[in-house]
Design a binder for this molecule. Structure first.
Ligand SMILES: C[S@@+](CC[C@H](N)C(=O)[O-])C[C@H]1O[C@@H](n2cnc3c(N)ncnc32)[C@H](O)[C@@H]1O
Length: 222
């Protein structure tokens, strides 16, 4: 029990460190903008299913899609992060308050984004570890897969990085869109991420320079 509360506090710690009062951070702004751009890519057509892989305890990546997607799935290897999301979906009193992110997304997207859509349409919270990825954990394929900042510490080599990205690509429907954010670090050398994605001809890459890090944003693959 003690161990459980310690792990849970790690999710709360992450929420407090990375998201509380941090709506203007370059990472969080990039996440909201990625969603907005992916919705523009789709034009007037609605997305069917949208997956956020490596979601952490956070729902903000889905906010721009709220009224433009029919169904939302979130996946992460950490059950406690997923439990945090469930707290928010269930409107539990100690859930994190994402209101500032909805307000910010209203401005970024230029339309009214509402919590009720995310709550009603998030119908799968999936525990999945990319290292033991099992496609049958996912019942469906997706019209959009978003993944932000989850591989930054995970991949041990550029080959592994590339394999993990391929697994997510395989979840996409033929006309599906992939949105990906990563810090352009890596012990894999400058431009490594760009190199991984270069095999996909229809990509759009944006590089965003922050104070301490450069973020690579890839969207619209396939
Ligand atoms: C830095 S957080 C990013 C959270 C969120 N996507 C964001 O951009 O704010 C990285 C997330 O990746 C998840 N993660 C790490 N290793 C993973 C793995 N092997 N499979 C699936 N998810 C993993 C972690 O549990 C964590 O929630």
């Amino acid at each position: 029990m003690q161990q459980l509360s310690q792990v849970q506090s790690l999710s709360k710690k992450l929420l407090n460190e990375q998201y509380l009062g941090k709506v203007s951070s370059i990472r969080n702004q990039s996440i909201l903008t990625l969603g907005k751009d992916m919705c523009l890519l789709r034009g007037a057509t609605l997305y069917g299913r949208v997956l956020n892989y490596g979601c952490g305890p956070a729902i903000h990546a889905l906010i721009p899609f709220c009224d433009l997607g029919n169904e939302f799935h979130v996946a992460d290897s950490n059950q406690d992060h997923l439990d945090e999301i469930q707290l928010w979906l269930d409107k539990e009193p100690d859930a994190f308050d994402w209101t500032p992110y909805f307000n910010e997304a209203n401005k970024i997207c230029g339309r009214s984004v509402r919590e009720v859509f995310i709550r009603q349409r998030t119908n799968r919270v999936i525990k999945s570890d990319i290292r033991s990825f099992n496609i049958s954990d996912f019942d469906f394929t997706y019209e959009a897969v978003i993944s932000t900042f989850y591989l930054d510490q995970e991949a041990k080599s550029i080959t592994e990085y590339s394999e993990y990205i391929n697994l997510l690509m395989d979840l996409l429907l033929p006309d599906g869109k992939f949105g990906f954010l990563s810090i352009e670090r890596t012990g894999f050398g400058a431009g490594a991420i760009d190199k991984i994605f270069s095999r996909y001809p229809d990509k759009t890459i944006t590089t965003i320079a922050g104070d301490n890090e450069t973020i690579v944003c890839i969207k619209g693959l396939k």
